[in-house]
Design a binder for this molecule. Structure first.
Ligand code: MET
Ligand SMILES: [Zn+2]
Ligand SMILES: [Zn+2]
Length: 423
């Protein structure tokens, strides 16, 4: 029986209420909930635990012709932390504001919406009697927000993944304030690093060269000049957000703490900054590394740096990791057609400004698109008061219904391996 909108929304809220915030996500609760959803949708479920305590749920809707390349619909179950007291609605309340239709929750955009929309679309397609030609896999993966090392990174080199014979991956995109949906064919790679300075300690009244703070602040100034130059390219419209290198300060750490605050008249002997840098796939990586060593963290100024994450912009074949988003890629044409027939429109394909697990699939050379069906919605991922409007969520289910139907139906009705066309 088809579900009422109220049922659909309350299932979404139930998922949103599970606290899967890093650094201590309740994966057990999320997987238990999702397995229940999968069984109601008639899907086969397997939980892989490639890294202890990091369950990765694989659901399957078997296709009529299992030897065809499959479709993988991916979403991550973890969310970023929040500052609950700064939200108007607590981040795990999933409060529905009746007047505006907004559902407030951490993960409402990033990306519990997408995971549940996949499942709701499949429920609808099944109750309409649709049977896919290809295998469809739906994965719910852990630890995307901390780099995927406990999730998709080991998954893509597992036997289970190889056996899935994946032909196309869909993963997360971004909300769009306008009418058109955004779609992503590549993404920037994260470099997370710390720069540490050492220097001569001394009296807070003394002006001298070579203190840790001075050593570090010179770097901060150089980094900010670079940041401004990159940002100006975006502000002037010369480049898109995904086409420049972004640099942001994640934290500053220095000083000599006391129970009351910090010692004021003592120049500290150590100081540190954390940087979140994002690099477009076509960036000149060596030039940036050189800048880092020579300008931002030169040993001559008593500075050292350490990478916490350093992801490659290249795929396993040494090329920038990108999926073709033009008429040479039949999957792209199908995706465009599917969104159109659901009454939506895709904007010009873009480079995702942040980072997603899609990188691991693209690195293998697999086509992957980033897409989250949220139009007319402010971009609130990782922000306070993240919300998604109920009507937009419901509309997105219809979009995935169309996408799954179009992608999973083989155009020649694949009778056997011989009759396979390009896909
Ligand atoms: C280190 S991978 C980064 C994951 C997260 N999605 C981000 O873009 O910040
Ligand atoms: Zn995400
Ligand atoms: Zn995120």
């Amino acid at each position: 029986l088809p579900s009422s909108d109220a049922d659909v929304i309350s299932r979404f809220q139930e998922y949103l209420r599970i606290d899967t915030a890093q650094p201590a996500p309740d994966y057990a609760a999320a997987v238990a909930f999702l397995r229940g959803q999968a069984s109601e949708a008639g899907l086969e479920a397997r939980t892989l635990e490639l890294v202890a305590g990091k369950p990765l749920l694989v659901l399957q809707w078997p296709g009529r012709w299992p030897s065809l390349p499959s479709i993988l619909l991916n979403s991550h179950t973890d969310v970023v932390p929040s500052e609950p007291h700064k939200w108007d609605h607590p981040p795990f309340s999933a409060d529905l504001d009746e007047a505006s239709g907004r559902i407030y929750a951490r993960g409402s955009q990033d990306m519990k919406c997408v995971g549940m929309q996949y499942l709701e679309a499949i429920r609808r397609l099944r109750s309409a009697g649709y049977v896919p030609d290809r295998n469809i896999y739906i994965t719910f993966v852990p630890d995307e927000e901390i780099g995927g090392h406990g999730g998709v990174e080991p998954f893509v080199s597992s036997k289970e993944f190889k056996d899935m014979n994946v032909g196309l991956v869909l993963d997360e995109g971004l909300a769009s304030p306008g009418e058109e949906y955004r779609v992503f064919y590549a993404e920037r790679s994260p470099w997370w690093l710390t720069i540490k300075a050492k220097g001569a300690p001394g009296h807070g009244a003394k002006l001298y060269d070579g203190s840790a703070m001075e050593n570090l602040m010179k770097s901060v100034e150089a980094i900010r000049r670079f940041r401004t130059a990159q940002f100006d390219l975006v502000k002037s419209g010369e480049k898109a957000e995904g086409d420049v290198v972004s640099v942001n300060f994640a934290y500053l750490k220095a000083g000599t703490p006391t129970p009351m605050g910090f010692v004021m008249n003592l120049q500290p002997s150590e100081a540190e900054v954390g940087l979140d840098i994002r690099i477009p796939p076509s960036a000149h990586v060596e030039a940036l590394e050189k800048r880092l060593v020579e300008e931002w963290a030169p040993p001559s100024r008593n500075l050292t740096f350490e990478f916490k994450q350093k992801m490659s912009v290249l795929d396993n074949f040494g090329k920038p990791a990108m999926t073709l988003a033009d008429s040479t890629n039949p999957w792209w044409l199908l995706l465009e057609e599917a969104v159109k027939s659901a009454g939506g429109k895709l904007g010009k394909p873009e480079i995702f400004p942040a980072s997603t697990d899609a990188r691991y699939f693209r690195q293998l050379g697999l086509p992957a698109f980033g897409f989250s069906p949220m139009a007319n919605t402010p971009i609130l991922l990782h922000d306070h008061n993240e919300f998604l409007r109920k009507d937009e969520y419901l509309k997105g289910i219809g979009v995935y219904e169309s996408i799954i139907r179009v992608l999973a139906t083989h155009k020649d009705g694949a009778k056997d391996d011989e009759s396979r066309a390009e896909l």
